[in-house]
Design a binder for this molecule. Structure first.
Ligand code: PHB
Length: 371
């Protein structure tokens, strides 16, 4: 396999990536519940992956009300910002680049994690099925008022300022997977009749307003977004995703943001049995649609391998790939791909969301394995 295209440097907005093997956001939940501050273990974990084209952090909550996964490190207290500084400094000291994935879970959040604060969402419609991290049902969210929407926009802005203070190279807005931005975008969760609901322009409004805040803090060359136009996670579906995301991507193109990360969903049928059409039935080829609309960097995400990454980049479908699970079990993924070493595909799902170093810091580097 000729992997040289994966090592062709890439200019992503203001930042030069030395390779196209990027690290996707991965929920790991290793913080103490009491403060959600990144610990030394987390500093080490990200530092081990500094060779990535760039690192996206796990989804980082912007407020107490936005929490959905116990132990995810936040970015809304001074202590959390100090903790992230150590992570960023460690990655930088090893020559790497790291962006925060900035996140609010909206109707997917858990009131048990937030001292009983009310759950907020665009419309009072709950996610069907049980919560991704517990045997509990989701709650019916409170339908946010315009003032509450503005409050959340301010919190997103403050989070971006905090990310800047922590030294992050940039930010990615989490606009995918049925969290708050996606909840406003798609019409299975947004039934509003005001300026934030109805037309594709109105449903895109919150997303674009938050992007504007991020740009005013970081500049457009250091801002990106993740989207999942046909993903079904968290009970999501749009009745016309082609229309919605064509509009959104055209607006993002006008703002000249640095990158769009596209979750390339392939639910053969409706994965969660909610009666929605399959992903491929709605948009058979996401990159065929978005590549002509967006001149910035397109990142492909979801179950790519080095071989499928090379194929997609060579065909001009996207520019780089964010790898998830492969980066969990191969901290030195870039070195392994460069040298054609075997990849460890024995990631341990049972340790994805537990505490401690097991399945977190104990995957051997290739060189260690050889000893
Ligand atoms: C998860 O932890 O299950 C999770 C978190 C963020 C996502 C998707 C899934 O974007």
């Amino acid at each position: 396999m000729d992997q040289s295209i994966l090592f062709k440097p890439l200019k992503m907005g203001d930042v030069e990536l030395p390779n196209r093997i990027c690290m996707a956001a991965l929920t790991r939940q290793r913080c103490e519940l009491k403060d959600l501050v990144p610990t030394d273990m987390i500093v080490q974990y990200y530092g081990l992956r500094a060779e990535a084209g760039f690192i996206l952090t796990e989804c980082v909550p912007i407020s107490q009300r936005s929490l959905a996964f116990p132990g995810e490190p936040g970015i809304y207290t001074k202590e959390q910002v100090e903790g992230w500084k150590k992570v960023v400094d460690n990655v930088h000291s090893k020559g790497g680049r790291i962006y925060a994935q900035v996140w609010h879970a909206g109707r997917a959040s858990l009131s048990t994690l937030q001292d009983g604060l009310e759950i907020w969402g665009p419309s009072p419609i709950k996610i069907r099925g049980i919560h991704r991290r517990g045997l509990i049902e989701h709650e019916v969210p409170h339908e946010m008022t315009i003032d509450e929407i503005h409050e959340v926009i301010k919190q997103f802005r403050q989070a971006a300022e905090n990310c800047k203070e922590a030294g992050f190279d940039g930010v990615e807005l989490h606009g995918a997977h049925g969290y708050i931005i996606d909840q406003f975008l798609r019409d299975s969760s947004n039934k509003r009749t005001d300026e934030y609901g109805g037309s594709v322009e109105n449903r895109s409004k919150l997303c674009l307003q938050v992007i504007d805040e991020f740009i005013s803090v970081f500049g457009n060359g250091r801002v990106g977004i993740k989207i999942s136009p046909v993903g079904r996670l968290n009970d999501q579906c749009d009745s016309d995703p082609l229309k919605l995301y064509t509009h959104l991507v055209k607006e993002l193109e006008k703002k000249k943001i640095a990158f769009i990360e596209v979750k390339d969903d392939n639910d053969p049928a409706n994965l969660f049995d909610f009666g929605y059409p399959s992903s491929k039935e709605q948009i058979p080829d996401l990159f065929e649609v978005f590549r002509p609309l967006f001149s910035g960097i397109l990142l492909a995400n979801n179950q790519y391998t080095p071989a499928t990454a090379i194929e997609g980049i060579e065909k001009g479908r996207f520019d780089a790939v964010t790898f998830g699970r492969l980066f969990i079990s191969n901290p030195d993924l870039v070195e392994r791909v460069r040298n054609g070493y075997e990849l460890n595909t024995n990631w341990d799902v049972d340790t994805f969301y537990t505490k401690g170093i097991k399945g977190y810091l104990d995957y051997p580097l290739y060189s260690q394995k050889q000893k």
